[in-house]
Design a protein around this ligand. Structure first.
Ligand code: NAD
Length: 386
């Protein structure tokens, strides 16, 4: 059975869905791994390394996809008119496509997969349950994004993070404020602390307060009855009332005015990121201070963020609004992403038939399956498609 690994063609995508390490393990499952030339280049992985692992290197997407029964991707394959190659049209009928396909925000994609008879699994829809942790692409990538955000924030900051005591005098430690303490935010807290910053953080989920404190950061936040119930069964933050956000803003404004570096990571699943940092708050920051907005992919937590750009405000505050933060640390991001996909495939693998086996009664499988047998089946999409 052939498994194809394509070069990612979407703008700014540096990652790859299989590494030489995972390619070898995929072959141990009985798969023949075919890699499009240059697929790993953005992550420092050469064709030679894949070849050495036993994979076949082919010159283009068409050759990689010919006869493929499984296709591994980071982002959704390009469709008609989306680029020079119509990857979707090259995927054989009945093939299993696994990636972060972002079909809930782009429901026409799921419809196209169904029409083409592609069995699509979208890994960002994985349920956040213990059994799924080792396949959790959102967590593995968010963790790296949080780390990278602090590193880039520290590099852009015009002073140091730690208290620097020198013969010429003392430089105080940087005040670092982390907004959103999910997977990315908690890693940002840990990284900023390791660099010697004085770290505080905010979140709306009640459980986050203890997590923030356990990492040695101070909790900043407004709490009321509404926020004490602000977590969905899946562990995500709920959308809260305008009154709550107004109260939260007052508390946050005071923390932002004191901050040298603000790292924004707050997301609400399936919605635009909440605006937590207003223009007035940014104006209150000292020139030379930095806002790192890793929520930029979802519009950003800072009102002044320009997604995809790094800007300097008139007041001299730098706002790093790059998108695809995991892609800014590509070798590590690809290594973890590729292992997530390997774990998914090997968990749902029929070792005798040497083929994927995706039981729909399994919570994980049901959670990620977009299309099956030519129909859109995901509960978040099936109604829209009907
Ligand atoms: P996320 O990326 O959806 O959001 C990031 C953070 O932003 C969250 O902590 C959220 O509460 C916070 N946020 C949203 N609105 C906010 C606001 N107005 N102000 C401040 N903060 C705000 O979250 P995530 O990192 O994917 O994690 C979500 C939850 O899932 C967490 O509880 C995490 O521990 C849990 N989780 C569980 C598993 C598992 O058990 N397998 C795996 C990963 C994450």
């Amino acid at each position: 059975m052939r498994l194809a690994v394509l070069k990612e063609r979407r703008a700014g995508e540096t990652r790859v869905a299989a590494t030489p390490e995972t390619a070898r393990k995929l072959m141990d499952l009985g798969l023949g791994v075919v890699v499009e030339t240059g697929a790993g280049a953005g992550s420092g992985l050469t064709d030679a390394a894949y070849r050495e692992a036993g994979a076949e290197i082919v010159p283009d997407a068409a050759a990689a996809l010919a006869g493929a029964k499984v296709v591994l991707k980071v982002r959704a394959p390009l469709g008609t008119g989306e680029g020079e190659v119509d990857e979707l049209a090259l995927i054989p009928r009945g093939a299993l496509l696994i990636g972060t396909l972002e079909a809930v925000a782009n429901p026409r994609r799921a419809q196209a997969y169904a029409e083409l008879g592609i069995e699509a699994c979208s890994m960002e829809l994985l349920p956040r349950i213990t059994r799924a942790q080792s396949m959790d692409v959102l967590s593995s990538q968010a963790n790296l994004a949080g780390y990278r955000a602090v590193i880039e924030g520290a590099a852009a900051f015009d002073k140091g993070f730690p208290m620097l005591m020198t013969a010429a005098g003392t430089i105080p430690a940087a005040n670092v404020f982390i907004m959103g303490a999910g997977v990315a935010g908690l890693q940002a807290i840990a990284t900023a602390r390791r660099l010697g910053g004085r770290v505080s953080a905010t979140d709306v989920r009640p459980a986050a307060k203890e997590e923030i404190k356990s990492l040695g950061a101070a909790f900043v936040g407004y709490e009321d009855e509404e926020s004490r119930a602000a977590q969905t069964a899946g562990g995500y933050a709920k959308q809260l009332s305008p009154e709550f956000y107004a109260r939260q803003a007052e508390v946050i404004a005071a923390a932002v005015a004191k901050a040298d570096v603000v790292v924004c990571t707050a997301l609400v699943q399936g919605r635009r990121a909440p605006t937590l940092l207003t223009a007035a708050m940014v104006e209150s920051m000292r020139p030379g201070s930095v806002v790192v907005d890793i929520a930029a992919d979802a519009g950003g937590n800072c009102a002044l963020t320009k997604p995809g750009e790094a800007i300097v405000t008139e007041g001299g505050v730098k706002i790093l609004g790059h998108t695809n933060w995991p892609g800014r640390i590509p070798a590590a991001a690809s290594a973890l992403y590729a292992r997530n996909l390997l774990t998914f495939l090997s968990t749902f693998w029929d070792r005798e038939a040497k083929a994927p086996k995706l039981p729909q009664e399994d919570e994980i499988v049901r959670g990620v399956t977009l299309t099956r047998g030519g129909a859109v089946v995901h509960p978040q999409l099936a109604t829209a498609a009907a």
